[in-house]
Design a protein around this ligand. Structure first.
Ligand code: HPA
Length: 274
């Protein structure tokens, strides 16, 4: 008989526990812009996604990710190098499966990062934006379907989807280190198209500051599971009615890499304080 989602989560967590022993309480999803963080982790164990039972299989060649366990900022953490995007064709349960496994392993605090297009007129390319809230524009909610009470409640609140205490901590660090850190609302869209000028404008009018193609599903599941979340976006391009530049994948990658040192510094200092 086909295993249930809950059984798969437990099976995968047990497999990982068998390999690495006690898991950390802090998880990190390394999106675009936080890839460099890996170079600062004192790595203890690495598990390729391809070797982890029930993990989604990577669709993109040379894109296979791994789970990394090690020390950073004096804390033992687990990090996902590579995430599963909805636009790649994964369903919402697959996209968020690793977050479920992290929680099952004992992760209580989740750091997520992404690249995003900026609609806020104050933003510049290369800015780092702390996500203070999000707007879910994915066509599906990852919690749709059977609810396992063991994983979380049927109708979870999303009032503080991003921990205000962690936002405050990041602000304090930015102040001390004289780092320009923006605050904003992240609009999560399915992609893979970048927005039309009218769409950027629309997202700004409804209250968005930046738009991207990830993060929202994972953050919904993390909240459902009772985790506290800290999220950051690197603003890799700007969009709106009057903006003529055409965003490209290459430009997004380049801008994200430029912002990496700032992202790394903030996250590392936060880990030291947590
Ligand atoms: N739109 C959506 N996703 C993105 C963008 C954007 O402009 N930039 C980086 N990811």
């Amino acid at each position: 008989m086909e295993k249930t989602y809950l059984e798969k989560i437990k099976e995968t967590a047990a497999f990982i526990k068998d390999k690495v022993g006690d898991a950390p309480h802090i998880g990190v999803i390394l999106g675009t812009g936080l890839g460099d963080l890996v170079n600062h982790i004192e790595i203890k164990y690495e598990l390729n996604y391809a070797d982890i039972p029930n993990f989604p299989v990577s669709t993109v060649e040379g894109h296979s990710g791994k789970l990394i366990f090690g020390n950073l900022g004096g804390k033992y953490i687990m990090a996902m190098q590579g995430r599963f995007h909805y636009y790649e064709g994964y369903d919402m349960k697959q996209v968020t499966f690793p977050v479920r496994v992290m929680r099952q392993l004992g992760v209580e605090t989740l750091f997520v990062s992404n690249a995003a297009g900026g609609m806020n007129k104050e933003f510049r390319v290369g800015d780092v934006m702390i996500i203070v809230d999000h707007i879910n524009l994915f066509p599906e909610n990852p919690l749709r379907g059977k609810n396992y009470e063991e994983l979380g409640t049927r109708f979870p609140a999303m009032t503080e989807a991003y921990s205000q205490a962690l936002v405050k901590m990041a602000d304090d660090i930015a102040c001390e280190e004289k780092i320009r850190l923006m605050h904003g609302v992240y609009v999560g869209t399915p992609g893979p198209t970048f927005e039309t000028p009218a769409e950027y404008e629309y997202f700004r009018i409804i209250g968005g500051d930046a738009v991207g193609m990830s993060t929202v599903p994972e953050v919904i599941v993390a909240n459902h599971a009772g985790m506290r979340v800290f999220g950051v976006s690197v603003i890799t391009d700007l969009g709106g009615k009057d903006i003529k530049e055409i965003p490209t994948h290459e430009e997004v990658q380049k801008a994200a890499i430029l912002a990496q040192p700032v992202m790394t510094k903030v996250i590392k200092k936060m880990l030291e304080r947590i």
